[in-house]
Design a protein around this ligand. Sequence first.
Ligand code: AMP
Ligand code: MG
Length: 391
Amino acid sequence: MISIEQALSLVKKHSLPTDRVTTLRLSEALGYVLAENMISPLSMPPFRQSAMDGYAIHLHPSPHYTLVGEVKAGDEKEPELKKGEAVRIFTGARVPQTANAIVMQEKVEVTSGSILLNTNVSPHDNIRPAGEQVSAGAIALQKGTRLNAAAIGFIASLGIETLNVYEKPSIAIVVTGNELVAPGEYLPPGKIYESNGVMLMVQLQQLGYHRPSIIKIIDDLTATIHSLREIIAQHDVVMISGGISVGDYDFVAKALNELQVEEVFYKVHQKPGKPLYFGKKHATLIFALPGNPAATLSCFYLYALPALEIRSGNTHFELTRTKASATEMFINKAGRPQFLKAIYRDGKVTILEGQNSSMLQTFALSNALVFIPETTENININDTVEVILLP
Ligand code: AMP
Ligand code: MG
């Protein structure tokens, strides 16, 4: 059995960015990761820009300026200002070369044909220099950047329409168990409704991944080998839920072994999620997550998600970790490091009741996991604890 740190570092070591790159239109690129540094074709802003509605002035010692024209956003004109002259100007407009400051209109008294400044003005005031954000030829966004709405907007502002990104991985979710019945169907005695498949699917979609395939397998060795062979061959990442523990009807480990999947690790010293498995077959990454729904989801966030992010090209991915003060006492009886479902807010964290790995109700209320090291026996009110924010 390995430690959490060893498991995470093995996940990172064995998860490599895909070598499949695709060219997309900007409007389709949300959630993809840049496969190359994006070099800016122009300076941004492309010209000296007014940051205010007001007056562009050619500074001189007196507060009086003569008005000689107007420049609005989008105008190409370039009025020439002598010392002591001003033009009316608006936010986003090109600042005349001969102007050296902008005065906001609220700081100016206007009389016919001239203005009087009510404020001290220094050179460059309220002028956005050309290339203030990025200059032509510089790196606008680094390779490995995951594209959010702001990145898409920024790239649009550089006039770029198509870009090279890593392909998103094809993902399979495999749910195992004779007891599983699809929601909406009749529930015979002894059966339960299947929840892990849809839970992982919607989380993946919310995180920007392609919709995964969901495949159900019964608890049978031959069926498990048969299905997994095909699924592994057809996907970049396979996430199996259940059947990975030590019960007589847990066939996943045996099947993966039979299929010559290279085991990277099996079993992690943690709670929940001890029977976590990670392996590889050629370039396909295979996670077998413990079937208990809360354990499935914890292990997904902590181990499978970093692998998916790296595979997608986002090699610097880390879950956000922070410190917070505990609002309640907690006694750690696990004898293992624990991840506890919790609500984090404003630097404080509340560890919730109902931590059993079969319980999703608690997880539904959580926005964080509290990490408790094995050596911590008690958490007292106001103790500082480590918090992992859920994405
Ligand atoms: P296993 O890891 O297969 O031994 O499953 C552990 C527990 O999780 C059992 O109570 C299973 O019934 C339950 N479980 C496994 N897979 C699912 C699933 N897809 N949805 C809901 N519960 C599950
Ligand atoms: Mg099972």
